[in-house]
Design a protein around this ligand. Sequence first.
Ligand SMILES: [Zn+2]
Ligand SMILES: [Zn+2]
Length: 142
Amino acid sequence: MSEAVSRLDGGCLCGAIRYRLNGPFLFVSQCCCKDCQKATGTGHTTIIGVPGPQLQILAGTPKTYTSRGDSGGDVVRHFCAECAGRLYTSGTLPGEIVMIQAGSLDEPWQITPESVIYVKDALPWDKFDPALPRFEALPDRN
Ligand SMILES: [Zn+2]
Ligand SMILES: [Zn+2]
């Protein structure tokens, strides 16, 4: 997948919060879940999964909002209190994974989505690359 990219920087719209993401990345997915739709105001969000320690906050402190995920655990969304720019999601996810909002990267074209997840919630007008594997919810973990 994105092994070629070993480090990516990003931040919010106003620039108050800056972060650095160190590879390798676990997955890059289009997430169509209803929570992502509500949190972003769009049809889906593009997320990059990495182990938590691979995300460094360089400047600023994100505000958080915690909701309950469909597996019953906490889902914590991190965003800028000033410009409302979405940055990443953490919580009681398997293996202490954080999921970065790909659009907050300085160079978002560097990553390539490799799957579509939570297709069960996808909206009819939200279209995806037909070559990507699709999962009703999360991919099976092995
Ligand atoms: Zn901001
Ligand atoms: Zn989602």
